[in-house]
Design a protein around this ligand. Structure first.
Ligand code: PGA
Length: 259
C-alpha cells in the first residue's frame, strides 16, 4: 500500500528560530509530542524521530556529489540534516532555468545519497487551456527520468521516490485544481512511469497534489484513490491550517489502511 504523505514547503521563509517555533506549534497542534525542527535534525534517525513519522527535507540539491560549485549544496552534504528533498519545483524551473534533464540528474544524485525525493511536475495555465496538460506532464516525467534506473529510484523498500503534481497556475494563487483533474493527471503520471518500465506500472509510486492546498480543499484530493497526499506551500506556514491538513489526511490514511 502506498503511504499517505503531507509535505510542507516553507520555501524562503522563516529564520531558524521561526522555523523551530513553527514546527513546534504544528507538532503540538497535530499532537506530535516534542517535535521541533532542531529535534528532528539532531535525531539519529531523522526519518522518524520518536516514531512520529516526521522528517525534514531540503528544497533542492545539486546534481553532482562534490566539486567546485560555490554556493551549491550536494546530496551527501545533507547527510544528518535531511532525509527528503524536493527536486524540479516550478519555482526552480522558472528562477534557475532548471531543465528536465538537469532535474533528472538531481534525482539520481539524491537517490544515490539515500535521500527520499519528491519530483515536481505540472503544466502552465496556457498548456491547460490549450488541452496540453497531459502531454506536458507526460513529457516532464519522461524527460526527468529518461536517464534513471527505475529500480534504483525506488530503493529497497520502494519508498524512495514520490511525484508531486503541481499545476503551475495553482501554486500560490489560491486557485486549486479540481480533485478529479488531479486524479486524472496522477493517472497520466503513472502511465508514463509504466512505459518507463517502473515496476507495478507506477502503482507503487505515491503521487501528491500541490497548488493552493488548504484545510478547506484537502478532502477533495484525499477522496481520490490516485492521490496519496499533498505538497503544501503557503498553508504550511500557518500552524492551524497545516495541522488541519495533516489531521484530515490522517483520516484518509487510517481509512485506507483499514480497507
Ligand atoms: P502553495 O505552494 O501551496 O502555496 O500553492 C505549493 C508549492 O509551491 O509546492
Amino acid at each position: 500500500m502506498r503511504p499517505v504523505i503531507v509535505a510542507g514547503n516553507w520555501k524562503m521563509h522563516t529564520t531558524p528560530a521561526d522555523a523551530g517555533e513553527l514546527a513546534r506549534t504544528i507538532g503540538a497542534r497535530t499532537r506530535v509530542d516534542g517535535v521541533t525542527v532542531r529535534d528532528a535534525l539532531a535525531g539519529p534517525d531523522v526519518a522518524a524521530p520518536d516514531g512520529t513519522g516526521l522528517a525534514v527535507g531540503a528544497q533542492d540539491v545539486h546534481h553532482e556529489a562534490a566539486g567546485a560549485f560555490t554556493g551549491a549544496i550536494s546530496a551527501p552534504m545533507l547527510d544528518g540534516l535531511a532525509t527528503w528533498v524536493i527536486v524540479g519545483h516550478s519555482e526552480r524551473r522558472r528562477d534557475a532555468c532548471e531543465t528536465d534533464e538537469l532535474i533528472g540528474r538531481k534525482l539520481v544524485a539524491a537517490r544515490a545519497a539515500g535521500l527520499r525525493a519528491i519530483l515536481c511536475v505540472g503544466e502552465q495555465l496556457a498548456d491547460r487551456d490549450a488541452g496540453r496538460a497531459h502531454d506536458i506532464v507526460d513529457g516532464q516525467v519522461r524527460g526527468c527520468l529518461a536517464a534513471s534506473d527505475p529500480a534504483a529510484l525506488g530503493g529497497d523498500d520502494g519508498r524512495g521516490f514520490t511525484i508531486a503534481y503541481e499545476p503551475v497556475w495553482a501554486i500560490g494563487t489560491g486557485r486549486n485544481a479540481r480533485g478529479a483533474d488531479a486524479a486524472e493527471m496522477a493517472g497520466a503520471i503513472r502511465a508514463a512511469l509504466a512505459s518507463l518500465a517502473f515496476s507495478g506500472g507506477g502503482d507503487d509510486v505515491p503521487v501528491l497534489y500541490g497548488g493552493s492546498v488548504a484545510s478547506s480543499n484537502i478532502d477533495e484530493f484525499m477522496a481520490e484513490p490516485a492521490i496519496d497526499g499533498a505538497l503544501v506551500g503557503g498553508a504550511s506556514l500557518k500552524p492551524d491550517e497545516m495541522a488541519a491538513i495533516v489531521a484530515r489526511a490522517g483520516l484518509t490514511a487510517a481509512a485506507r489502511a483499514a480497507a
